[in-house]
Design a binder for this molecule. Structure first.
Ligand code: NAD
Ligand code: GLY
Length: 366
């Protein structure tokens, strides 16, 4: 095989530990992932964009099993309870037993919904993540958060349900639109910004290769981000403490995404701008130095991510949206801020006036 050797990161959770395989050609490596199936039934959940591209790569491996596929329409709107019901019906039609496996082939939308469906069928069956977006490879496929959106809000119904294995075939990134790819890079940078300064420095050195999707560099970046996240998940699987740090930039980012009606910004773009706003707020509170904010901004810009709040957004409206965040306790904002690169921390009781000042500065004309 040409190209970099494949890498494996283990998510260490005792008897529920699982491998994350990262590399080229993994979807074709049927024997590897088939070995994780315990029974004879498999349901592949994918969507109408990804299945025509990549389902043929795994179909030959499924020969000899009783299997079927269920395809979602493309888009966040389809990560719904109604579609979980349809996946469960498909499992019923397949005659899926307790040892059946759900295979999630796609981005985070497919992975979250397929994983939640697997958690529900017979109170929990196996599932394998086959992420095909960079965001799904470095974030959503690892760690066992599964779920769907409700009309009242995103990701409000769900379960912790760890996969049996994650098969991150980097060949699939070749067809990913540039904007989606860069949104995934925001999640890579986020991991380094939270807790891994040497990785952040490595990303600075390799920003051009990452922006150009140089395979060996992309694979290395995925493996390092996954290793970082795997460590956090192993220490705090159900987010009783440390895992909340993975939300650096999210409170600002979700407010920006919502104010943009989920069309102006992709999630990763919201996280990129949100991280920068969190860095500026940390600076304002005397927690971190301007040099750290500047380094973050330079790296985000170097890989082509947006760093400015889109025009027309209103600071008081953004603040009101931030008040709805799940991390808040009554009446105060609880945010993930940092003391510099790789030193994020949870800060409770942040004064709204400081948040508003940062938002106002970010939305004022230069
Ligand atoms: P997505 O699943 O919508 O995929 C983005 C787009 O890329 C879609 O149009 C999809 O069809 C397309 N696509 C996927 N793979 C492709 C490929 N290889 N080639 C061409 N097109 C391809 O979005 P996403 O960014 O992967 O995931 C976002 C979702 O993940 C959100 O629902 C978010 O809530 C969730 N999420 C979950 C976690 C978690 O821990 N579970 C973490 C972060 C995000
Ligand atoms: N994406 C945040 C987490 O997995 O906890």
């Amino acid at each position: 095989m040409n190209g970099p050797a494949r890498q494996t990161v283990t998510v260490a959770l005792g008897q529920r530990s699982y491998p994350v395989w990262i590399g080229a050609g993994l979807l074709h490596d049927h024997a590897r992932w088939l070995a994780m199936l315990r029974g004879r039934h498999a349901l592949v959940v994918s969507n109408t964009t990804v299945a025509p591209l990549y389902l043929p790569r795994i179909e030959a491996g499924l020969d000899g099993l009783r299997w079927a596929s269920f395809l979602l329409d493309d888009g966040e709107a389809h990560k719904s309870f109604a579609n979980v019901g349809r996946v469960l019906e498909a499992l019923g039609e397949l005659g899926a037993t307790r040892d059946a496996c759900v295979i999630a082939l796609g981005g985070g939308v497919v992975g979250d919904l397929a994983g939640f469906s697997a958690a529900c069928w017979m109170r929990g069956i196996d599932f394998i993540q086959m992420p095909t977006t960079l965001l799904a490879m470095v974030d959503s496929s690892v760690g066992g958060k599964t779920g769907v959106n409700l009309p009242v809000g995103k990701n409000l119904a769900g379960a912790f349900h760890q996969p049996r294995a994650v098969v991150a075939d980097i060949d699939t990134l070749a067809t990913l639109p540039g904007r989606e790819y860069r949104a995934g890079l925001a999640e890579v940078i986020k991991g380094a910004a939270i807790g891994d300064e040497p990785f952040f420095a490595w990303l600075e050195q390799h920003a051009a290769a990452l922006a150009a999707r140089e395979p060996a560099t992309v694979q290395q970046a995925i493996a390092r981000k996954v290793a970082y996240k795997a460590g956090v998940v192993a220490r705090d699987e159900t987010e009783q403490g440390e895992r909340a740090l993975l939300n650096l930039g999210h409170t600002f980012g979700h407010a920006l995404e919502t104010a943009g009606h989920y069309t102006a910004l992709l999630h990763g773009e919201g996280v990129a701008i949100g991280m920068l706003l969190a860095a500026r707020l940390s600076e304002r509170l005397g927690m971190s130095a301007q040099a750290a904010t500047a380094r973050l901004q330079r790296l985000l810009e170097a890989v082509g991510l947006p760093v400015a709040v889109p025009p027309g957004m209103d600071p008081p409206q953004l603040l009101a949206l931030m008040r709805l965040d799940k991390k808040n306790t009554a009446g105060t904002l609880r945010l993930i801020l940092w003391r510099g690169i790789g030193r994020a921390e949870i800060v409770a009781g942040v004064a709204e006036a400081d948040v508003l000042a940062v938002l106002t500065e970010a939305t004022s004309a230069p």
